[in-house]
Design a protein around this ligand. Structure first.
Ligand code: HPA
Ligand code: ZN
Length: 342
């Protein structure tokens, strides 16, 4: 098959993005623009120097730079501009639906009010729904390197904005911060009607995935690629139909896999795990969802049938209701029945 034909197929196939941190979509150019607007001086003097600093060896080396970058976000309009730029990317890659993480504590700990963060992001999402009919949901993540008390405070702060948030998640430095540290706050979030997800098994062991499932009662695992280290866990994930939101370029850039050719996405797919392809922090890891699909397709020699299955999984693993899922799956099926699979 011609390379261009696969590229166009991947770009145009209807899909959902389920694992993206909105702060990780902040491109260097916009970061510099916002720094100037807010009179903030960045450690790196130019876009080129900043790009050169994007060489990570593990999750923590990335997070250090990521939190520094997020510090240019001060006013509601900054959050709007960042989110709007991301909506344009979704549109260009035919993403019909996106579930988007935001990290309130990254901002509230710097004195930026919760309402400034959520109102800016949410207004852009609404404009995206109006202009492009892209459906979206917001998932509020707790920073796991902070304590449960801080997460609990954040949960309370979110209540007036509950109608704008579909669920809660858990991100930041995984090793040494197991899901069990957040049992009480997740239980309270569930009692408020939030859905729950958690990053687990990215750098952390399979045991953290068990904890996320059994203690935090999550309905989805973010990353989860280390589940293969425990056969019983893989069986359980398949039995419970727990989706894994996998992010190939992130895994490569943070050293979870040395080479994309060694990635276990296809292995998981063949076992029957509900895996999806996502971008994580696209401005930092070298690409948006389409770039992730294309890189992993090339590295693992995936066929169009595999891409179709991954796109189908993305809608099935989403938090859309049944009617919305059916409508998007119908769009996907009419895309592939135009004879493009072979
Ligand atoms: N892992 C954990 N926390 C994060 C990530 C990630 O890849 N991106 C932003 N916060
Ligand atoms: Zn992530």
């Amino acid at each position: 098959m011609k390379k261009n034909s696969m590229k166009t197929f991947i770009q145009n196939i209807p899909k959902a993005e389920l694992h993206v941190h909105i702060e990780g979509s902040l491109e260097p150019e916009l970061m510099f623009k916002l720094a100037k607007r807010n009179n903030i001086s960045l450690k790196y003097g130019s876009v080129d120097k900043l790009n050169m600093a994007y060489k990570f060896c593990d999750l923590q080396s990335f997070l250090n730079i990521y939190y520094e970058g997020a510090a240019v976000l001060i006013q509601e309009q900054d959050f709007y501009d960042m989110t709007w730029a991301f909506i344009e990317k979704l549109k260009s890659q035919n993403v019909l639906h996106a579930e988007i993480f935001f990290d309130p504590q990254t901002h509230t700990t710097r004195g930026v009010p919760f309402k400034t963060v959520i109102n800016g992001i949410y207004r852009a999402l609404q404009d995206g729904e109006k202009k492009y009919k892209i459906s979206t949901g917001l998932i509020m993540c707790f920073l796991r390197h902070l304590d449960e008390k801080s997460a609990m405070k954040t949960l309370e702060e979110s209540i007036p904005f509950k109608d704008k948030i579909i669920g809660v998640g858990l991100d930041s430095s995984e090793l040494g911060n197991p899901p069990s540290k957040f049992t009480n706050v997740f239980s309270k979030a569930l009692s408020f009607g939030y859905l729950t997800v958690a990053h687990a098994g990215e750098e952390g062991p399979a045991e953290y995935i068990w904890e996320a499932l059994d203690m935090l009662k999550v309905s989805r695992i973010d990353h989860g690629v280390r589940c293969v280290e425990d056969k019983n866990l893989v069986e359980e994930i398949i039995k419970r139909k727990i989706p894994l939101t996998v992010c190939p370029l992130s895994n490569l850039k943070l050293g979870v896999f040395k080479k994309l050719e060694e990635h276990n996405l296809k292995e998981l797919l063949d076992y029957g795990v509900l895996v999806t392809v996502n971008s994580d922090d696209p401005a930092y890891f070298g690409g948006y969802i389409g770039d992730n699909f294309l890189s992993i397709q090339e590295s693992l020699a995936l066929k169009k049938e595999d891409i179709y299955k991954l796109a189908k999984n993305s809608f099935e693993a989403s938090f859309l209701n049944i009617k919305e899922k059916q409508s998007m799956l119908k769009k996907l099926d009419s895309f592939v029945t135009e004879g493009v699979l072979h």
